[in-house]
Design a binder for this molecule. Structure first.
Ligand code: AMP
Length: 305
């Protein structure tokens, strides 16, 4: 008997030890990284395989967190050396992170195993060096749906690699400052038009606590962020949004329509709301199907008119 092959959402990105300070506290070497937040969020919706690298100093308990959420970590390399580390501080408005230091550690020279992905599987290229993102995309296996994220650092240092990525990706998630930076446009409709002209069909522009904008050939839409009273640490909000959104789309595999896309943004927003309530991935780990359903209902109440 042939065993059916289960399709997974592949997530490539950073796996990190974050040291973050906000007006509400400070943590050192906590679990972070774009792939970590995205994978934990997506795992509530679909099967997830993480692709990345950590050093031998990456705590075993961190790996267990993924395994307990059913995330396949078999494509995560463990290499002699130091795990990627990011240090940042947020001021009172919590609007954006002030990076104090980035140590790439084992990410230096890393090229993921292209055999990790199978033909037709979806791929979320969470924020990472665009040359590494492109490397995975250019393998023999032809992924199905491809979503990607990036950041100001890569737009400044490797803009041509970011633009190359956009020619192959179906969906880009980017924040408002980054959209302005890459496009040179001040208004976000113009920035989205610029990005779509580079080949990516769908563009999500995240605006932090002010929600997100979504542009395709047919849709211009805006959704608010989930209304919250206690935000402790915004780290990972964007990655969690991406994981929630793409995980929800993956669950609906093959049946993507405009309404589903709009709803996927709402799930992205809801997942991000769990992430920012606590440091590191702690808030996200408290999100289960029941809690997500509750916030979805509340979201409808908050936005109904
Ligand atoms: P976000 O708050 O969604 O923008 O993402 C924060 C996460 O991104 C942190 O957990 C960091 O470990 C990770 N990160 C920061 N800088 C980089 C970088 N240059 N490449 C990849 N990941 C990064």
């Amino acid at each position: 008997m042939r065993r059916s092959i289960r399709m997974s959402l592949n997530i490539l990105g950073s796996m990190a030890l974050d040291s973050v300070e906000t007006p509400y506290g400070r943590e050192v070497d906590s679990l972070g990284g774009s792939a970590s937040f995205s994978a934990l969020a997506a795992s509530l919706f679909c099967d997830v395989r993480m692709i990345g690298i950590v050093g031998t100093d990456f705590p075993k308990e961190n790996m267990k967190i993924f395994e307990e959420r059913g995330v396949d970590t078999s494509a995560v390399e463990v290499k002699d050396g130091a795990t990627f580390r990011w240090r940042a501080r947020y001021k009172h408005e919590l609007g954006h992170a002030h990076t104090i230091g980035t140590e790439f550690g084992v990410f230096e020279g890393y090229l993921p195993d292209r055999n990790s992905i199978r033909n037709g599987e979806s791929l979320l290229l969470a924020n990472l060096d665009p040359d590494i993102q492109n490397w995975l995309l250019e393998g023999e296996a032809q992924p199905g749906f491809v979503a990607c994220d990036t950041m100001g650092l890569w737009i400044k240092e490797k803009k041509s690699s970011v633009l190359k990525l956009l020619r192959r990706a179906d969906l880009l998630l980017i924040n408002d400052a980054e959209a302005r930076l890459i496009s040179g446009e001040r208004d976000l409709i113009g920035a989205a038009r610029y990005l779509r002209s580079k080949g990516v069909n769908m563009v999500v522009i995240k605006k932090g606590e002010h929600g997100a904008l979504f542009f395709t050939d047919r849709i211009h839409s805006m959704i608010p962020a989930f209304l919250l009273e206690n935000i402790k640490d915004p780290t990972g909000a964007g990655d969690t949004f991406a994981g929630g959104m793409i995980g929800y789309l993956e669950r609906a595999k093959g049946n993507i329509n405009d309404m589903l896309l709009r709803r996927a943004l709402v799930y992205g927003s809801i997942m991000a709301s769990f992430a920012v309530e606590q440091f590191s991935v702690k808030g996200l780990l408290q999100a289960d199907a029941k809690a997500v359903k509750g916030r979805y209902k509340r979201f409808l109440e908050l936005t109904g008119f």
